[in-house]
Design a protein around this ligand. Structure first.
Ligand SMILES: C[S@@+](CC[C@H](N)C(=O)[O-])C[C@H]1O[C@@H](n2cnc3c(N)ncnc32)[C@H](O)[C@@H]1O
Length: 242
């Protein structure tokens, strides 16, 4: 086990994170989801894995899903419940998904959760666990940071203080600061390129049916920095492999 610390397990970070919505660079992570869900998801039972302060869970609910938000951080979930007292938010300790219904969900969303989860083995175990929670025709949508996010400047992030990010290889730590909120302590993520994710999905018996790397069009009401040229996010659409 590494000594990697989940930087979201703190009240300061939970407070900061609870202010984030869908503006700036985050707009591109959420923009295409209604279309993807509309085309691919049959049913309304949804799980938001790594729901944090509930932004992504509220997003699912706004689209008509019966969404359950789960996270390992009680601080984050406390914020989620404060903002959305009627929501269904549950702590799952470690990677124990045994309290969640097997084959219970038409959609599982994981928004930025795997950016912070170190190690091939852990990622494969968690994706394998999520696979078991999918209905046979269910869809898992995983939004992660692209390697490019850590070496460019963005409407919502800066990485200029971390030139060492350029030398990072798969599985190495990289740092990034969110400029959308006041807490300027860096998030420590794990660099995990496309090929490494493909490896994880294969080992977890998941099949990739689509990957999107959304770019800004230029007519959005945000001050783009790199977003019209370089994609900050990768959106993987996965299903159980047969
Ligand atoms: C970057 S936040 C994203 C929160 C939310 N999805 C959103 O879009 O605002 C990532 C979240 O994943 C959670 N997380 C990390 N490892 C986890 C695990 N093994 N199981 C569940 N949640 C986890 C963290 O505690 C954190 O709240």
């Amino acid at each position: 086990m590494s000594d990697f610390v989940n930087c979201y397990e703190s009240t300061t970070r939970a407070e900061a994170y609870s202010k984030l919505e869908f503006a700036n660079t985050y707009h591109l992570a959420f923009r295409d989801l209604p279309e993807i869900f509309g085309a691919r998801v049959k049913g309304t039972a949804a799980l938001d894995f790594g729901c944090g302060a509930g932004r992504s869970t509220r997003f699912l609910a706004s689209l008509g899903f019966a969404a359950v938000g789960v996270d390992i951080s009680p601080d984050m979930l406390a914020r989620a419940r404060q903002i959305d007292p009627g929501g269904d938010y549950r702590v799952i300790p470690g990677d124990d998904m045994s309290t969640l219904p097997r084959e219970g969900f038409s959609l599982i969303l994981s928004a930025f959760t795997f950016d912070n989860i170190p190690g091939m083995e852990t990622k494969v175990r968690l994706f394998g666990g999520l696979r078991e929670l999918l209905k046979p025709e269910g869809i898992l949508v995983s939004i992660v940071s692209t390697p490019e996010i850590y070496v460019n400047e963005w409407a919502s992030f800066t990485t200029r203080d971390f030139p060492e990010n350029r030398n990072a290889g798969p599985g190495d730590e990289v740092k990034i600061i969110t400029t959308d909120f006041e807490d300027r302590s860096p998030a420590v993520d794990i660099l995990w390129p496309h090929e490494s994710y493909l490896d994880v999905y294969r080992r977890a018996n998941l099949e990739m049916i689509e990957v999107r790397r959304p770019l800004a069009k230029g007519d959005e009401p945000y001050r783009w920095v790199s977003e019209t040229r370089i994609a900050p996010w990768a959106i993987y659409v996965l299903r159980r492999s047969s």
